[in-house]
Write a protein that binds this ligand. Structure first.
Ligand code: PLP
Length: 370
């Protein structure tokens, strides 16, 4: 008997799609610009180390994370590509970041001071400028003064500026206003004799729509995973990295209508039902990952009742040949039928880029490549 996975619930990820997408970004931005492949949030749910490796092998110059511990894990995984860490940690983590050869992003002088004190040699750093997202970053108007103060500290060497624009629409005037806020900081620094080697502004929405914002580097995230929002038209075809969320039938039984307590049943058992149970539940994100049906033997089977922590019930009455061990597709294609990530996302009000991050960490990520 062949051995299968201990828990037969899998997120299948297309590494060839990831490779294709980063090559598409290279085609868009040209050979000279640096590509910072964003693998924050565990590589958008797909696995930071595996996706980072695929991106670096296919043309990304840098990897970017937001979580310092994720950066450390990438180094422990043997990844030697330069890694930028967006601001997310406290100054006390400086020594640890430097020990793992991670390049920090500062948004205040306190962090800069901590890295300056922890460094024993030159310490490259980025500064994040807030140009419109109103989240992390030195406000554009204060950036020059703050950066000059950072540069007065021992060991610190400005490697670049980054910004993460607000891009909820394709409004080019809004994009240009944010671009202008960013470039005016660069222009002023350069006028004062401060060189800004890397100028990093364009994430996916700007890479897709506004080539004039590419400057000399870009930091796309979701487009590398083939996550394209409704209404977006990529200038080059991109391929989804999410191939399928799958599980298998682990138990099956015939239910007969209850003679007593019918009204107390977890769901109406008013007619005979072939009930299947699959090993994925709310602890795996199933409350938000289901389309109300799954695919078994190329046919749709309704989900019955609400997923519990570890399990979900499915109605196999209409699939009399279904058996224990059958593949069950929660998202993906089976035979002629398909449940798309977009359908699942819109059913639960999720952004498309939240589908893979919603798949819990116990669901094995399986990487497919031709
Ligand atoms: C600083 C920064 N740059 C780039 C990105 C990538 O954004 P996107 O997935 O829209 O390409 C993110 C993601 O949130 C980010 O925080």
């Amino acid at each position: 008997m062949s051995s299968g996975p201990a828990r037969p619930t899998l997120l299948e990820i297309d590494l060839d799609a990831a490779a294709h997408n980063v090559r598409a970004v290279r085609q868009l931005v040209g050979p000279e610009r640096k590509i910072f492949a964003v693998i924050k949030a565990g590589g958008y749910g797909f696995g930071a180390a595996e996706m980072g490796t695929a991106f670096a092998r296919n043309g990304a110059d840098w990897l970017a994370v937001a979580d310092l511990s994720e950066g450390i894990r990438l180094r422990q995984h043997g990844i030697s590509t330069p890694i930028l860490v967006y601001p997310n940690s406290l100054p006390g983590a400086a020594a640890e970041a430097l020990a793992h050869d991670l390049v920090p992003t500062f948004v205040d002088l306190d962090s800069a001071r901590a890295y300056s004190e922890a460094a024993s040699g030159p310490c490259d750093f980025f500064v994040k400028v807030d140009v419109g997202l109103e989240r992390l970053g030195v406000p554009a108007e204060q950036a020059v003064k703050t950066i000059r103060a950072m540069l007065d500290l021992p060991h610190l060497r400005l490697a670049g500026l980054c910004g993460h624009p607000h891009a909820d629409s394709g409004d080019s005037a809004y994009a240009d206003w944010q671009l202008g806020r960013f470039t005016s900081v660069i222009d002023e620094l350069e006028a004062q004799g401060v060189r800004v080697p890397v100028r990093l502004l364009a994430a996916t929405p700007f890479v897709l729509r506004f080539p004039h914002t590419y400057l000399n580097a870009v930091d796309p995230g979701r487009m590398l995973y083939g996550v394209i929002m409704p209404g977006e038209t990529p200038p080059l075809p991109l391929r989804p990295a999410l191939r399928a969320l799958k599980t298998h039938v682990v138990a099956l039984k015939e239910l007969t209508p209850r003679a007593r307590f019918a009204d107390r049943a977890p769901f109406p058992v008013t007619a005979p039902m072939r009930l299947g149970v699959v090993p994925i539940g709310s602890a795996d994100g199933m409350l938000w990952l289901n389309a109300g049906r799954v695919l078994v033997r190329g046919r749709a089977a309704p989900i019955v009742s609400s997923p519990s922590l570890e399990h979900t019930r499915i109605d196999l009455t209409g699939i009399p040949d279904a058996a224990v061990g059958d593949e069950v597709v929660i998202i993906g294609r089976q035979g002629e039928l398909e449940i798309t990530p977009a359908e699942v996302a819109s059913r639960h009000g999720l952004g498309l880029h939240h589908v893979a991050t919603t798949v819990g960490p116990r669901v094995a990520r399986v990487y497919l490549s031709a």
